[in-house]
Design a protein around this ligand. Structure first.
Ligand code: ARG
Length: 579
């Protein structure tokens, strides 16, 4: 689509120079972005609106359109079969030969790489995502950061970037003081070993409840004990360090199971604790640059000039905080990876935190400050219920996945009991349904997860997209060998629409990167499915008697399979050949 837009732009620009002279000519660069898709494709494939030009050209839009029309009909842009006029619009109809010979040919030649780019070549992107807090459950709220982050990584790689995925584990902070106290009071080695992260969560929930109960009576014994244990940990107390490491191992083993199910990997697990010895240097820079102030005993950076509350750097007891660790981590990443972008995917609830420390880094004079991006996303609830770790009111991701997979198993048993790889398929469809549902809407929108909607084969869902993919695979398997056919003169309207939809893949991958929005790809996958299923309803493929047309339709089916498959991969959704 970009090339054809370019041809149209060149032709309009040249025609305008001829009509109104060089001085008033429309610049070719300005045209591609102003081209529109007509609401009804019977009007044309691309439209050029002349309204904005009437001021400079001192003429009514239809008059401008008419003049351009006369020039362009005499000398049509490359790839354009017909130019039409409607009011102030010029409408362009793409030539069938161009659609098959250029666009379909290019897709066939590039296969699943059709949507790739080179603009990231030689550049590095660091992506900080998932990053759960150790000894806390991996609940459905973490799915957002995990899949948005991983999808952004895959998209950037597809555009040529070198990507480093970092799981910035929340493995430091006062919660470890609480856990150590709780473990000594109510836990033991055996129960935690057996219960895994669930046992740790139970301890964590219990101590939080008891601290709250104490606070209600004005008592702070447990809270004080927790603080003391964390201080010991910070000072390298051997016993506490060993416990902390063990809590971390137990939690990681559990997270790994989830990552494996989702097909997600990381290049680094350097969590918050990793930066312990890297923070003093940054605290010193803050001091040297006179950016820090003592406020109620704590060290802060005042941000009132930027309409933000102060950024907390050190507590009154000298211990570091979440922003301190993020600042040290950013400097470390800049030095080690020389990133062109460093992307942080977290819930929108952390937007202020990122805005604050991004500003602090800027004030510290680090020139990578403008390469930091916070990518927020909305909250998740299930049937309206909000979730919170502290109270234990959470829905674990593994339970959600198990539930989806169970349902898929039952559907397969009912509809296709003879399917091979039933278990693998149930996993792929169940997990795919959840991921697709998550990545369908704009990321900042809040999600209310409804399992039946996510699994609806007739909705805009993962199962629908996977089913369409399996349909293309089935057709191609049944057809056996055929010759790629990319030169046809006649096409049905649905074939034209399908090719045009496929041609948009590179635009979509670029838009998804520019907007840091995987949902662009999710919705595009649905566009492909709809276009393909319309084509499938209307155009006989294997049963078509004309061999050329049959081969052409099979060629289109192959293009759909390649592009749909790659689009699904980019949003972490698997695509079995049979469902
Ligand atoms: N551990 C944090 C949480 O679960 C997310 C960390 C995000 N990354 C970062 N560099 N701050 O809320």
């Amino acid at each position: 689509m970009e090339t054809i837009k370019y041809h149209i732009a060149q032709a309009i620009s040249e025609a305008s120079a001829k009509i109104w002279g060089e001085a008033l000519a429309i610049s070719a660069e300005s045209i591609p972005d102003s081209l529109e898709y007509p609401p009804d494709t019977s009007m044309g494939d691309l439209a050029f609106p002349c309204f904005k030009l009437s001021r400079t050209l001192r003429a009514a839009p239809p008059v401008i359109a008419n003049k351009l029309f006369a020039e362009l009909s005499a000398k049509r842009p490359e790839g354009i079969g017909e130019v039409r006029i409607k009011g102030g619009y010029l409408n362009f109809v793409i030539d069938n030969r161009y659609l098959s010979g250029k666009i379909v040919r290019e897709i066939i030649e590039k296969g699943a790489n059709f949507g790739a780019h080179t603009f990231g070549n030689g550049k590095t992107v660091v992506l900080d995502y998932s990053s759960p807090n150790v000894a806390k459950p991996f609940h459905i709220g973490h799915l957002g950061t995990t899949v948005i982050g991983h999808s952004l990584k895959l998209l950037h790689e597809y555009a040529g970037y070198t990507c480093i995925g970092i799981n910035h584990l929340g493995d430091w902070g006062t919660q470890f003081g609480k856990l150590i106290v709780a473990f000594h009071k109510w836990g033991n080695k055996e129960t935690v070993e057996q219960g895994g992260v669930d046992a740790l969560v139970a301890l964590y929930v219990r101590i939080n409840n008891e601290i709250e109960a104490e606070a209600a009576q004005g008592i702070t014994t447990l809270a004080d004990a927790a603080r003391a244990e964390f201080t010991k940990l910070e000072h390298g107390d051997e016993e506490n360090i060993a416990l902390w490491k063990w809590f971390k191992e137990i939690s990681l083993a559990e997270y790994e199971k989830t990552y494996k199910q989702l097909g997600i990997t990381f290049d680094s697990y350097n969590g918050e604790a990793f930066y312990t010895d890297k923070m003093p240097e940054q605290v010193q820079v803050l001091k040297d640059k006179n950016l820090m102030r003592i406020d109620n005993g704590a060290s802060i950076v005042d941000l009132s000039d930027y309409n933000m509350p102060p950024c907390l750097i050190l507590k009154s007891d000298g211990s570091t905080l979440y922003p301190t660790r993020d600042i040290a981590a950013a400097v470390y990443r800049d030095r080690n990876y020389h990133f062109d972008k460093c992307i942080y995917v977290t819930s929108a609830g952390q937007s202020l935190h990122f805005a604050q420390w991004f500003k602090v880094v800027d004030l510290m004079g680090y020139d990578f400050a403008d390469k930091l991006y916070h990518v927020p996303y909305g909250t998740v609830s299930i049937a309206g219920a909000k979730l919170a770790t502290r109270t234990g009111n959470v829905i674990l991701l593994r339970d959600l996945i198990a539930n989806a997979v169970d349902k898929c198993r039952a559907i397969i048993e009912e509809k296709n009991p003879s399917l091979e790889n039933k278990e693998e398929t149930a996993q792929a469809v169940g997990i795919g349904a959840i991921l697709f549902y998550y990545l369908y809407g704009n990321r900042v929108r809040d999600i209310n997860f409804i399992m039946d909607d996510a699994l609806d084969f007739n909705g805009n869902t993962g199962p629908y997209a996977q089913y369409t993919y399996a349909r293309t695979s089935g057709i191609l398997a049944k057809a056996g060998n055929f010759a790629d056919m990319t030169s046809v003169n006649e096409m049905t309207a649905t074939e034209r629409e399908l090719i045009k939809t496929l041609s948009l893949f590179p635009n979509k991958t670029k838009a998804a990167i520019d907007e840091m929005e995987p949902s662009v790809i999710t919705r595009y996958a649905i566009d492909i499915c709809n276009a393909f299923n319309r084509f499938y309803q209307e155009c006989p493929i294997i049963s078509c008697e004309n061999e050329e047309i049959r081969d052409f339709r099979l060629t289109l089916t192959k293009c759909v399979r390649d592009i749909l498959g790659r689009a699904l991969e980019l949003i972490c959704v698997k695509h079995p050949d049979k469902i």
